[in-house]
Design a protein around this ligand. Structure first.
Ligand code: FUB
Ligand code: ZN
Length: 640
């Protein structure tokens, strides 16, 4: 590991986003998503599946009060992933085992949003919920409403399937976000008390368990960064080192026999430092890999960092859709085998792409690498943005690359493929993940170390770096042009990413090019102008991906485009693109020459060249699809 390449992300308090595109997205989160989720958490949305999140905290707070008064409290089973009115007592826990995390993700997004947009009313709402959370915490620091309400004796008894350590992770991320923006320590103290209990409970000479759904690892590292309490870092490392050791902790404690395959789901099939392929539940995977990268950097652990690099390369080069979606199979919401990237069955959960961005950012902190930063861009501008409608009021959980509404309605295998975004989900993990990422997007733009400031994402912003002020004026998305104004306080190097989609670029100043970054020596106040040629491109996929043979995808800059029925008529499978087409731009559309085959009703007949007519194809950015009602969509199209 070359520690001179290490860098740190620039925190939100040092970045003001000025970019029109991203300001608008952040405004949607602030004005639509955050208030809507607040109502959802309180079960006040007509027609939406109940969340029960806030009501669970109310129940838990009541129980904690009774316990402290020495009163008897009932016991209910904690043996399922989901509890609803039909299978749970009225006074028992309701919803998914990880329901608390929805409240935490909401607070986290609120924290980020308050840092750029102070709002006393919103802050007060969050403070009231924080009060409720704090009063739900047990005396010993434990804080998970499922076990507090249902069975205090069952605490930490099924780490594999249930989500206490996962909820702890989200609690911690929320607490840090809220503390950073408001200075309010109450939730941070609650997170520290729970973290202290976790550190007392798990470790080399203690319980040798580790999270079934990862996130506690990266959360403990963040908590260490804020508090400098070394125990938090050590426990994060313990969780990573202990995972996958045999005999399996989970088997020992749950009295099960190992079926090796079961452990791939939780990335516990072998020790993380020996893992080289992304496997299992995709969100769990990328959360674990993020924690591994954090620990690799902080402990200068070469073996762990190499494992992270191999896993990231496996994702980018074998297991990622062109849209930055990962986890191609709905079975277990999981990574599949190499090159298994079906378009119409894709799971590609929004949360998984959010997690991929977390992982990639941490890898960039270990060493700058333009492929890694390109991956952030790919996931961000395509799958993550597709996760939310243009009005911020509906969401995708799965992000397929080809949709036929009839199939979604009639084919059980495609139950996860929705032809329109949904208002909310009973398992509402994705919308708040999009909300927290968009409202903290500034943290993904730049990193810095003693010598260099790196610009990884071209998002218009005013930045206070450790070397002086930077102003990024960005027309990157529309014309590939960026201007960086620099007001240095000392000499330093500015490194800017050269996106792989760009074959031709110009810089106003002399620079050195390494690893996909252009390096400029900065001595005085100056302005660097960057022009990336942003032409429309046809991209082919490896012929190992069976679904895409003979097809291409249309892209421009960071955006992947798609065809929609509303612009091109039904039966998109009958369209093809002329491989020699020229492209023109028309507002949000890319226009190309293509053909439509004549419909053929007979199921089989002797081969003859299909009859076809000339058509103009109209492509729209993938993230914008499904904003005009239910209709067909596809990313890949046959080229002839
Ligand atoms: O298990 C918690 C969350 O629910 C996961 O991260 C998502 O994939 C969904 O399954
Ligand atoms: Zn999700």
């Amino acid at each position: 590991m070359d520690t001179t390449l290490f860098s740190e992300y620039i925190p939100l308090k040092s970045i003001e986003i000025t970019d029109r595109f991203w300001r608008q997205k952040q405004e949607l989160v602030r004005t639509q998503v955050i208030p809507y989720q607040y109502e959802a958490l309180h079960d006040r949305i007509d027609g939406a599946e109940a969340s029960y999140s806030v009501s669970n905290f109310i129940k838990a707070a009541d129980i904690v009060k009774k316990l402290s008064n020495g009163e008897d409290v009932p016991v209910y089973p904690a043996d399922k992933w989901h509890y609803d009115e039909a299978n749970a007592d009225e006074c028992a826990f309701h919803g998914w085992v990880f329901q608390d995390s929805d409240v935490y993700k909401w607070i986290e997004a609120v924290g980020y949003s308050l840092s750029s947009h102070p709002d006393a009313v919103l802050q007060k709402k969050a403070e009231d919920i924080i009060d409720l959370i704090c009063s739900s915490q047990m005396e010993n620091g434990y804080l998970d409403t499922l076990y507090i309400i249902n069975n205090r004796d069952g605490i930490f008894s099924n780490l594999k399937d249930f989500h206490e350590l996962y909820c702890f992770g989200h609690l911690t991320e929320a607490a840090i976000s809220f503390y950073n923006s408001t200075g309010d320590r109450r939730l941070l103290n609650a997170a520290c008390r729970f973290a202290d209990l976790i550190c007392e409970t798990f470790g080399e000479t203690k319980i040798k368990g580790y999270p079934g759904h990862e996130i506690a690892e990266m959360a403990l590292v963040k908590l260490y960064d804020v508090t400098l309490n070394r125990q938090y870092l050590e426990t994060a490392r313990f969780f990573i080192n202990e995972r996958g050791k045999k005999p399996y902790y989970y088997d020992t404690v749950l009295g099960r026999t190992t079926v090796e395959d079961n452990y791939h789901y939780n990335q516990a099939h072998c020790e993380p430092r020996h893992q080289h392929e992304a496997v299992g539940h995709a969100v769990r995977g990328v959360y674990l890999y993020s924690g591994m990268a954090d620990i690799a950097k902080r402990y200068r652990d070469d073996e762990l960092s190499t494992a992270c690099q191999k896993i990231l390369s496996n994702i980018i080069n074998r297991k990622m859709y062109i849209t930055g979606g990962i986890g191609s199979t709905a079975l277990g919401e999981a990574f599949s085998f190499d090159y298994d990237l079906p378009n119409d069955l894709a799971y590609s959960e929004t949360c998984a792409s959010v997690g991929l961005i977390f992982f990639a950012r941490r890898m960039l902190e270990i060493a700058p690498d333009s492929d890694t930063a390109d991956t952030v861009e790919r996931a961000l501008y395509n799958t993550v943005l597709s996760g939310m409608s243009e009005d911020g009021r509906s969401f995708f959980y799965a992000n397929p690359l080809e949709v036929l509404p009839e199939a979604s309605h009639k084919d059980e295998r495609k139950r996860h493929i929705k032809p329109t975004r949904q208002k909310w989900f009973g398992c509402a993990c994705c919308p708040p993940n999009v909300a927290r990422l968009i409202s903290s997007i500034g943290e993904y733009c730049c990193t810095q170390n003693d010598s260099t400031v790196y610009i990884h994402q071209y998002i218009g912003a005013k930045i206070t770096s450790s070397k002086g002020r930077l102003e990024i004026l960005s027309d990157y998305l529309s014309i590939g042009k960026i201007c960086v104004r620099i007001f240095p306080e000392k000499e330093f190097t500015l490194a800017v990413r050269i996106p792989k989609w760009c074959d031709s670029y110009t810089f106003s100043h002399k620079c050195e090019i390494r690893n996909g970054y252009a390096y400029f020596k900065i001595f005085d106040e100056t302005q660097i102008d960057i022009q990336f040629e942003i032409s429309v491109r046809m991209i082919k996929c490896s012929n190992r991906v069976r679904a895409n043979i003979g097809k291409i995808a249309v892209t421009r800059g960071p955006f992947i485009y798609c065809l929609e029925e509303v612009d091109n008529g039904a039966d998109l499978q009958m369209l093809s693109i002329d491989k020699n087409t020229s492209f023109s731009l028309d507002g949000q559309y890319i226009i190309a020459e293509g053909y439509r085959e004549k419909d053929c009703e007979s199921l089989y007949e002797t081969f003859k060249e299909a009859e076809k007519s000339d058509v103009k194809l109209k492509f729209i950015p993938y993230y914008k699809w499904a904003n005009r009602g239910e209709n067909e969509m596809c990313v890949y199209i046959r080229a002839e």
